[in-house]
Design a protein around this ligand. Structure first.
Ligand code: HEC
Ligand code: HEC
Ligand code: HEC
Length: 112
């Protein structure tokens, strides 16, 4: 086969793989529903950098836009369950351990 065609195909394959991985990371930042306390501005990619394991959060809800709210509506997650058992738990534990931590006060996450 022509060498140039082989290289062209290889580069195409690499580019499409890179694109698929890039898309799977989800939005960089998102707004989450926070009930009467007001919505939460959530830095998604920053957390991916800090945490390394998607399943720390996505074990509870799928990697789809709106999945968190849909799971609560379906009764698969209680209101404030993710907030308390995932978000706040990590932030509090990190604070206690003297490491870099995220907000532990309501107003740190719920921005009215
Ligand atoms: C600290 C928690 C957390 C971690 C860690 C995390 N995510 Fe997410 N992810 C979320 C939340 C919250 C949503 C929004 C779900 C919703 O809209 O209901 C989300 C949504 C998504 C979506 C849906 C598209 C979108 O942007 O709304 C994709 C895809 C995704 N995440 C991929 C990943 C991948 C890949 C990783 C690991 C590299 C990861 N996430 C790690 C919390 C996290
Ligand atoms: C680390 C970020 C963070 C902090 C701090 C935080 N929350 Fe939340 N809160 C969330 C997230 C994320 C959700 C949506 C997911 C859920 O319901 O578990 C939420 C949801 C809520 C809801 C709506 C539940 C529903 O579906 O109706 C209420 C009410 C709420 N929080 C109250 C509070 C109060 C009160 C405080 C302070 C004591 C607080 N939150 C602190 C992140 C946070
Ligand atoms: C396993 C640990 C861990 C989990 C789980 C986690 N966070 Fe964080 N979060 C951090 C750390 C660490 C920081 C501080 C990073 C820094 O300042 O460099 C942070 C920072 C933040 C900030 C502040 C960002 C800023 O610009 O100052 C917000 C808001 C936040 N987290 C919300 C959330 C929400 C909402 C969830 C749950 C969906 C969550 N976090 C889950 C570790 C975690």
């Amino acid at each position: 086969m022509n060498n140039r065609i082989v290289w062209f195909c290889l580069i195409l394959l690499l580019l499409s793989t890179a694109l698929v991985f890039a898309q799977n990371q989800g939005k960089e930042e998102m707004t989450l529903y926070g009930g009467k306390m007001g919505d939460i501005t959530f830095p998604h990619h920053m957390h991916q950098g800090v945490i390394n394991d998607c399943m720390v959060c996505h074990a509870d809800f799928s990697k789809e836009s709106g999945a968190l709210l849909a799971s609560k509506k379906a009764g698969m997650l209680k209101n404030k369950q993710v907030m308390n058992k995932t978000c706040l738990k990590c932030h509090r534990d990190s604070k206690k351990a003297g490491e870099t931590y995220g907000p532990v006060k309501c107003s740190g996450c719920h921005i009215k």
